[in-house]
Design a protein around this ligand. Structure first.
Ligand SMILES: [Zn+2]
Length: 409
């Protein structure tokens, strides 16, 4: 069998960076290089129904143990890496018997224990870092290596009976399109698990609920030499609009834990028209309406000040807190906790100030909590992964197959 480490090192060296500005799916052709390799590997290790669809999504099945009538479950991980830092020529550095000290990388970058206390717990263990010039891509190639390794072990084990276990590797998660082309009807599972969380032993059971607001202000453009009394400068009013958003509260700079925010993150414009995109985030979906209402109030004030303005506010739904959807199949979470404990972990329930593929899948009707995969400091040249934590995650996947194998469909 190929080792977990060898798999991981093979995957991270393949550049699969996503591109938010692309109009294709997957957003970058290079993701398909890894997708095709994973399809071949599925066939080599012996999964059945192996497929790669026209969008690059790779699926396969570990058939049920003969006579086992347990329901099907699915495991997900994503092949793409973040556009936030380069992934060209990743040179993973395997550090066995890590000494627990700061690690100096190229380009003057230092992975400091003081800034990443989880490193302390890795003393004597094997960690994998970058060389300092790229991201690592453990987000989410750790997840891919974990699921592939668990699939191979499950296929070669007769230790316990299990139901059908489906595996699905997705593209473009980092740009919010990880679930666009997953055929849930074809997967036909009772629940799923994404292997895309940080550290070890955590189970993400809540995510933000998220909307995006696009505020478009239309002014009146005229040559500035004759602008008196005629010009309505959209840029000026957009600036006013943004300055009236809350800043001492409800902003990412001043909130943490369960507090939500409204966050202007992109703007463009000219005298005639200016647009700002504002993301709205909270753990309570209702709060998103309050935020949208606030935007309408600001628009109303500005319209009163300058009736010739046009202000259009478009709210685009992005994803929802998975908490509600997980209630549909409480065993999804119960078994994640039990599997985590059986694998010798603490099973810490956590919330993420963001979304996962699982939040979208849960909303679409497939309850899908997110599990730890040994990755740390994602999207950065300081990214690293723990081999021991990845091994533990393989064990969690196997324990889940075992626990679900005790259920009757
Ligand atoms: Zn990820």
């Amino acid at each position: 069998m190929t080792s977990l480490l060898d798999r991981f090192l093979t995957y991270v060296k393949i550049d699969t960076q996503a591109d938010a500005h692309s109009t294709q799916y997957p957003s970058t052709e290079k993701q398909l290089t890894l997708c095709k390799l994973l399809k071949e590997e599925f066939e080599q290790v012996g999964l059945t129904d192996v497929q790669i669809n026209e969008y690059g999504i790779v699926t396969g099945t570990i058939p049920a143990t003969p006579g086992c009538a347990a329901p099907a479950i699915a495991f997900f991980a994503h092949v793409d890496t973040s556009p936030e830092f380069t992934s060209v020529n990743v040179q993973p550095q395997v550090r066995t018997n890590y000494d627990g000290k700061d690690i100096t990388l190229k380009e003057g970058r230092v992975l400091k224990v003081s800034e990443c206390p989880e490193l302390k717990g890795q003393t004597g263990k094997t960690i994998i870092t970058t060389d300092g010039t790229t991201l690592l891509g453990a987000d989410d190639k750790a997840g891919i290596a974990i699921v592939m390794t668990a699939a191979e072990r499950l296929l070669n084990s007769t230790d316990f009976p299990h139901g059908p276990v489906k595996v699905c590797f997705t593209c473009d998660e980092e740009i919010g399109h990880g679930t666009d082309h997953i055929d849930l009807a074809a997967l036909d599972c009772i629940c799923g698990y994404t292997l895309d969380g940080d550290g070890a032993g955590k189970i993400d059971t809540e995510t933000f609920s998220a909307d995006m607001a696009e505020v478009r202000i239309t002014g009146i453009n005229i040559h500035p030499s004759i602008g008196k009394g005629k010009m309505v400068n959209a840029i000026r009013y957009l600036s006013k609009f943004i300055s009236r958003l809350p800043r001492e509260s409800d902003a990412p700079e001043v909130t943490d834990e369960r507090q939500g925010f409204m966050h202007p993150y992109s703007m463009s414009g000219s005298v005639a028209e200016a647009v700002v995109e504002i993301i709205l985030r909270d753990f309570e979906t209702e709060q998103l309406k309050v935020y949208a209402e606030k935007l309408h109030e600001i628009a109303k004030e500005l319209k009163e000040e300058e009736p010739r303005l046009e202000i259009e506010i478009k709210i685009i739904e992005q994803y929802r807190n998975m908490r509600e959807g997980l209630k549909k199949e409480p065993r999804a979470l119960e078994k994640a906790i039990a599997a985590s404990r059986a694998a010798g972990q603490s099973a810490e329930l956590s919330i993420i100030r963001g979304g996962t593929d699982g939040s979208v899948l849960t909303e679409k009707g497939l309850p899908t909590p997110n599990l730890s995969s040994g990755q740390h400091i994602p999207h950065s040249p300081l990214e690293w992964a723990s081999l021991e934590e990845m091994e533990q995650a393989v064990d969690v996947v196997l324990q889940l197959a075992k626990l679900w194998g005790e259920e009757v469909n």
